[in-house]
Design a protein around this ligand. Structure first.
Ligand code: GDP
Ligand code: ZN
Length: 316
């Protein structure tokens, strides 16, 4: 074995990690045995992690250490293993250390699914990803006034919005600049034009990203396959299916309000510290909705997501 070197986990497939080191070389690694024990309750390594590996000349290696993460997009998955009272929860890390998450929607065809966008934003806020960016594609199909109005609440919340048309090649340069030298989550519902945009940025990029997504299942027992796709101009992007269906995530119902940034801004106006913003007297959040400071659809989505989370947390 040679001296340990630092590298980036660019692929995870069935317990094998592909690690890219500074000179661009790739090593297929296993987790060192003593790290495996910790892996029972949480993923010890995931794509995006910086790791120290010991390498052999045949291109294999072992992950000796996972360096501290600055962010982790994760979800809670239930396992069948018996722990404590028979309830076991495991943290599945979808991607570590993403610099930004880019959520792509269409101006129309399909109509933007704001509930999904709100889910994405909550997941992004909860995972400490520094930049959360919204891309609105297919602007060639809808009047700019309508589109601007629809996304206005998100602009007010401070989220950057990039308007694009993959067909007319509008906004594509800006998107390319945005992706450069960063690790990006790039996701959104199907049919909004993600592949088309990526293909404009780099030939065949859309296909490469889709191939990884298609390989990977949603469940706990399916084989995991996730990867960071390297960009020619520097940087990496990932779209793993785990990101798309954040039906179970690592947020408790009572902390959800903190991740709706427009709602969070009014929490200090609630009379009760544990206010759920449903029927309590002197609720600053409901007052803000009535005054138009928080949009009604955001408030409704908050209530819906809270109910969903409550169910999720009660089931097991
Ligand atoms: P994905 O599922 O998000 O990867 O979406 P695709 O890139 O496969 O695009 C879905 C459909 O929308 C295809 O028929 C594309 O040609 C079309 N499409 C993609 N971007 C645009 C756009 O900016 N404007 C219009 N009018 N159509 C687009
Ligand atoms: Zn309240």
């Amino acid at each position: 074995m040679n001296q340990p070197v630092q590298g980036l986990v660019v692929r995870e497939q069935s317990g094998f990690f592909t690690v890219e080191v500074a000179d661009g070389r790739l090593y297929t690694c296993r987790l060192r045995g003593r790290l495996l024990e910790d892996a029972q309750s949480s993923d010890i390594a995931a794509i995006g992690d910086q790791v120290n590996i010991s390498t052999a000349d045949d291109g294999t290696g072992a992950i000796e250490e996972v360096l501290p993460r600055k962010s982790a997009l994760s979800r809670a998955v239930r396992t069948t293993g018996v722990r404590g009272a028979g309830q076991a929860e495991r943290e599945q890390v979808i991607i570590a250390n993403a610099d930004q998450a880019i959520f792509v929607f269409a101006a129309t065809q399909p109509t933007p699914n704001f509930k999904l966008l709100d889910r994405f934003l909550v997941a992004g806020e909860a995972s400490d990803i520094e930049h959360l960016i919204i891309v609105v594609n297919k602007i060639d199909l809808e009047s700019q006034d309508i589109v601007t109005k629809r996304f206005e609440p998100y602009v007010k919340m401070g989220y950057p919005i990039l308007y694009t048309s993959a067909i007319l090649e509008q906004g594509v340069m800006d998107l390319r600049d945005l992706l450069k030298d960063r690790i990006s989550v790039f996701t959104g519902p199907s049919g909004v034009g993600k592949s088309s945009l990526l293909n404009q940025i780099q030939p065949d990029l859309g296909r490469a990203v889709k191939a990884v997504s298609a390989n990977s299942g949603e469940g706990i027992h399916t084989t995991r396959d996730s990867a960071l796709i390297k960009l020619e101009n520097g940087g990496y992007i990932a779209d793993t299916p785990g990101i798309r269906s954040l039906t179970v995530w690592d947020v408790e119902p009572d902390e959800l309000d903190a991740y709706f940034v427009d709602i969070a801004a009014h929490l200090h106006e609630c009379r009760f510290a544990d206010c759920t913003h449903t029927n309590e007297p002197r609720c600053g959040v409901r007052a803000a909705v009535e005054a138009g400071a928080i949009s009604e659809h955001r408030y409704r989505n908050y209530l819906d997501l809270r109910d969903e989370l409550k169910e999720t947390y009660v089931v097991y």
